[in-house]
Design a protein around this ligand. Structure first.
Ligand code: TYD
Length: 140
């Protein structure tokens, strides 16, 4: 039997694109297109290609990440030896990241704008930034 991994809770999402001769429009509604109400948005841009961002897990926040311009990669790590790498390179595609899943974002293109939607407002206390501590928690 396959061993349970928190990685299995994460999934890629494709949002409907409303297109006409004027271009495209993508809608993301909380509790409809994604499984939480959106309490916070932030976006990351201007990161060099050799930068690794993230490097943390969140005790409370769930996320949807969408590269609305350019591309980047997201590496998800369950702290128990399993990882998943996702390429985000389309403005209507995203990845759902549950709470307590470790994430790294890297390989940013020069034009990358990474949009992050979160279920929680910012609280530095809910971040686990020490990978050893994360591994210890996930082994429990
Ligand atoms: P950080 O968590 O290091 O970004 P990343 O998602 O790439 O790991 O955040 C960078 C800085 O921005 C840090 O000083 C904390 C601050 N910050 C906020 O004030 N509010 C937020 O919602 C976020 C995500 C970060």
């Amino acid at each position: 039997m396959k061993e349970y991994s928190i990685l299995d809770q994460s999934y890629e999402v494709s949002f409907p694109q409303h297109g006409d001769e004027r271009g495209w429009l993508v809608v993301v509604e909380g509790m409809k297109d994604i499984p939480f109400d959106i309490k916070r948005i932030f976006y990351i841009y201007g990161s060099d290609g050799d930068v690794i961002r993230g490097r943390h897990a969140n005790r409370k926040s769930e996320f949807i990440l969408v590269n609305v311009a350019g591309s980047c990669k997201v590496r998800l790590d369950d702290g128990r030896g399993k990882e998943k790498i996702i390429v985000l390179d389309q403005p209507h595609k995203g990845i759902y990241i549950p709470k307590m899943l470790w994430k790294d974002m890297y390989d940013f293109s020069n034009d990358s704008i990474l949009l992050c939607l979160s279920s929680q407002v910012y609280d530095n206390e809910e971040y686990i930034r020490d990978y050893e501590e994360y591994k210890k928690e996930m082994r429990k």
